[in-house]
Design a protein around this ligand. Structure first.
Ligand code: GTP
Ligand code: MG
Length: 335
């Protein structure tokens, strides 16, 4: 790139802080959106309860983990206790019920990796996806939300990173780039690694919350009100953190041997996880361990082409923050 090699120094980076915070502010959903979501949730609960009185409906994903932007779709999970149910049958029946109650664009996608029913509610204008018994997602949503309550900088950093990823087209798992969930885990891990640390490792502390789902033990310290001061010894601003984040992923992460692990709060080695070679379709070119399903690499969707795209985008972002005269615009320029 053709930048004058005028390195930004720390105080120049500081000047990006206010514009970054303004971007974050502009992406935060308004209060009335929450009210509309609850209105839709209540309606759906009522319809579902008639057919399956024992079932429960949970919000998960970005509308519940506090990393959601305004006007995003909502993710719902229908928890039907019985493990032996036929998900396709349930989804088709659910689609029927929803259709007859005037919900629009109702579609049962029974063959997707995560089978869902999609719908749009004409009253609130909200679109949503409903999956069945994906309770682990409900619990990891809770973990992310609890991390966000510890230090405001997590939500700020993750908003900038997600906004960058969506603008640059690298938030598309079907094209081999990373999910929003993966980016948020990268942000949490990054803040666990700052010196002094901005976030603790909740799964490394005495568990105050614990559930077992599909034989996976999910346990962590969830009394996060007690950790409100945790990061206060670290005075870094969101501008510095964004700059360091992209530098880390552009120039310092060891792609050949490192696995990012929120569960341990550390980098662990690919050898230790036996993620050194391709197994089936999992190539492990960038490794992000799921905090609960530890055999699950959120980077598994990345292939030998998309890893290049991703790394070039990390480098582009790092270079823009370092040299570009107008980084807050350039960083988010549509690709
Ligand atoms: P946006 O919709 O992009 O704002 O973000 P989101 O947080 O809703 O993320 P996403 O649509 O990527 O995922 C929805 C939820 O599914 C996540 O918050 C997780 O709780 C859960 N999830 C669990 N495992 C996976 C996984 O392997 N991939 C993805 N994408 N999501 C997972
Ligand atoms: Mg979502």
């Amino acid at each position: 790139r053709n930048y004058k090699r005028q390195m930004r120094c720390r105080c120049d980076i500081e000047r990006l802080n206010a514009p970054f915070l303004a971007i974050v502010e502009s992406l935060i959903p308004a209060e009335e959106e929450k009210a509309k979501q609850n209105q839709l949730l209540t309606l759906l609960e009522k319809l579902i309860c008639r057919e399956w009185p024992e079932a429960r409906l949970y919000l998960y994903g970005s509308c519940a983990n506090s990393f959601g932007f305004s006007n995003s779709d909502i993710d719902l999970c229908l928890a039907i206790g019985d493990a032996d149910i036929n998900k396709s049958e349930i989804l088709i029946k659910l689609a029927d019920i929803l259709q007859s109650d005037n919900l629009q664009n109702v579609q049962a996608l029974t063959r997707a990796r995560v089978p869902i029913v999609k719908l749009m509610d004409p009253v609130t204008g909200i679109s949503c996806d409903i999956c069945i018994n994906n309770v682990l997602a409900v619990v990891n949503t809770r973990l992310l939300r609890d991390y966000a309550r510890i230090d405001a900088r997590l939500r700020q950093l993750a908003f900038i990173v997600k906004h960058w990823a969506k603008s640059r087209g690298v938030n598309e798992t079907y094209q081999g780039t990373l999910s929003s969930y993966a980016y948020v885990l990268m942000c949490i891990h990054f803040l666990q690694q700052r010196k002094p640390a901005i976030l603790p490792c909740l799964q490394g502390m005495e568990a105050t919350y614990s559930v077992t789902i599909d034989n996976v033990e999910c346990a962590y310290f969830d009394q996060v009100e007690m950790l409100r001061d945790f990061g206060s010894r670290n005075r870094e601003t969101v501008a510095q953190l964004v700059w360091e984040f992209f530098n880390y992923w552009a120039y310092r992460h060891d792609y050949t041997d490192s696995v990012v692990s929120v569960r341990t709060g550390n980098i662990i080695s690919k050898r230790a996880k036996d993620w050194t070679r391709r197994v089936g379709n999992d190539r492990h070119l960038i490794c992000i361990e799921d905090p609960f399903e530890v055999s699950h690499d959120l980077g598994r969707v990345v292939d030998k082409y998309s890893i290049k795209v991703l790394r070039e985008e990390f480098e582009r972002a790092a270079d823009i923050l370092q040299y570009d005269p107008n980084p807050c615009v350039k960083l988010f320029e549509p690709y």
